[in-house]
Design a protein around this ligand. Structure first.
Ligand code: SF4
Length: 496
């Protein structure tokens, strides 16, 4: 074996689509290329040993924000114990501002941007000469019809145990400055018939959990409808063995035809991830995010009230021009719209993103280490930002987990942000931790806080029991048959 493609995924269930694209496009080198995925958190020496077992000539690493530190250590070790192995890096984390990165200094070559064409070309040159002169190779962007689709490379084990990532298009036409996709300036569609054929094959092989990585699934409604029809057809034919499809959508674009299609999906089969990021028009303008807030709110309200789709909506704290009060207003507005989950994200300064232009004017201070989170800006000081970070973590544990569904309204009442912030500050004062809080303990703490707020103890106990205390772990994990294909957390939300 000559070429090894590797990456450290954030979880075992995440099967790397990027590596499979590279493998699918290796041409004649595919026969001597293999794929070896790991999960972050393993011992560096163990990974290095496993990678070197078959004496590869080239190792290509997919480098992302979640694995860059561990991959840097791994590359450093490989270069010590096997200096002749050629290391090629690719992925978003090394596609921009690579000049200042330790991992780039250690590696032999870097492919920036798309690797489908450039990585195999580079491998050919490394293996057969002439030796590539440049260290950094800008990835060619061929027409999507020239790129081999990777889906046949999902193994039966991937299909049985992992989320299958698929993409009907690449790129995004919008320019939100905090997002790497803003650099694309447009979206490119894959040939839809060929793509649907691949989905058909995956479904026939047993795939039921499909996650679309398209940045804006609902831009081209005709395409969206055909993809949704594909899933509706499967659901109608096999109601006892449903599929679950996840799409990222822009919130202010839900024409009637799309709504009609959405309404046909039964519970537990459809999830939308919707980026709101901020409801503040001045902040949106500052970060070049185009969004009709009224339409977006109407659409989210309609989705929560009329459809059975599971909704995961993103907000970002720490954007330039947004203070805590403005963020709180947006948060409360979103809670009022009733999505199942609100992802409370903290702004990250991703390499290459244009948001850097606001650094001086808005006093943006970022952590220089991944994931490059904002630490303070001119409107939110460091201690307050830390409180927001803890809010986000506790929000995940209490609200997004779906484990406190009946208790949550007692916590939030008529001022969700302020009340949850009070709980968050209290939880931190009593635990000094945001991680490794056992569910039993968390339930006890939430109950204690509610009683301190004046709620009658029997009511608190009864509500918590309804959510959690009376249920065995097995019951908590059990899924209603109607939501069989849905991941456990989503099934909990839908069961409420
Ligand atoms: S945030 Fe969403 S809409 Fe904006 S550029 Fe990124 S992918 Fe596109």
């Amino acid at each position: 074996m000559s070429i090894l493609l590797s990456t450290l995924n954030a979880r075992y269930t995440h099967a790397s689509l990027g590596l499979r694209y590279l493998l699918a496009n290796m041409g004649e080198l595919q026969a001597v290329t293999s794929l070896q995925e790991f999960v972050i958190g393993a011992r560096t020496a163990d990974l290095a040993e496993k990678l070197l077992v078959n004496k590869p000539r080239i190792i290509g690493f997919g480098v992302y924000i979640w694995n860059v530190e561990e991959t840097t250590r791994l590359v450093a070790m490989l270069k010590r114990v096997a200096p002749d192995v050629v290391i090629v890096l690719g992925g978003p984390e090394v596609s921009h501002e690579h000049g200042e990165q330790e991992i780039v200094r250690l590696a032999d070559y870097v492919v920036t941007g798309w690797g489908d064409v450039t990585f195999p070309k580079l491998c050919r040159a490394i293996l057969h000469g002439p030796k590539p002169l440049m260290k950094v190779h800008a990835g060619e962007q061929p027409p999507l019809s020239d790129i081999a689709l990777p889906y046949a490379l999902y193994t039966d084990e991937d299909i049985a145990h992992r989320t299958l990532y698929v993409e009907a298009s690449r790129g995004c036409p919008f320019k939100c400055e905090f997002c790497l996709s803003s650099l694309d300036k447009t979206a490119w569609p894959f040939d839809l018939d060929a793509f649907l054929d691949e989905l058909e094959t995956l479904h026939a092989r047993g795939a039921r959990l499909f996650k679309f990585v398209d940045r804006t699934f609902n831009l081209n409604v005709k395409t969206s409808l055909r993809i949704m029809d594909f899933f509706l057809d499967k659901l109608e034919r096999h109601p006892e063995d449903p599929v679950y499809a996840h799409f990222e959508v822009v919130p202010d674009h839900l024409p009637e035809a799309l709504r009609a299609s959405i309404l046909r999906f039964p519970p537990g089969t459809l999830q939308f991830e919707i980026g709101i990021q901020s409801f503040n028009p001045e902040v949106q303008a500052l970060v070049s995010r185009r969004q009709n807030n009224d339409k977006a709110a109407d659409n989210i309200r309609w989705l929560t009230q009329a459809s059975q789709a599971h909704l995961h909506v993103d907000l970002i704290a720490g954007l330039p021009g947004e203070d805590v009060e403005s963020f709180a207003r947006g948060f409360d507005k979103l809670v009022g719209l009733g999505p199942h989950e609100i992802q409370f994200g903290i702004l990250k300064r991703l390499r290459g993103t244009p948001i850097i232009r606001h650094t001086a004017d808005f006093g943006m201070v970022y952590d220089p280490h991944p994931p490059y989170s904002i630490l303070a800006n001119d409107r939110i000081d460091f201690p307050t930002m830390q409180r927001l970070v803890r809010f986000a973590r506790y929000w995940d544990l209490v609200a997004n987990s779906g484990r406190f569904a009946k208790t949550l309204p007692m916590i939030l009442r008529d001022a969700p942000f302020a009340n949850f912030m009070a709980l968050s500050d209290w939880l931190f004062a009593h635990t000094d931790a945001t991680h490794r809080i056992a569910l039993d303990r968390l339930a006890g703490l939430v109950g204690k806080w509610l009683v301190e707020q004046g709620w009658p103890e029997p009511q608190v106990r009864m509500t918590l029991a309804g959510d959690y205390a009376g249920k065995s772990e097995h019951q908590q994990h059990a899924q209603p048959t109607k939501t069989k294909a849905a991941p456990q957390r989503q099934a909990r939300h839908l069961a409420v």
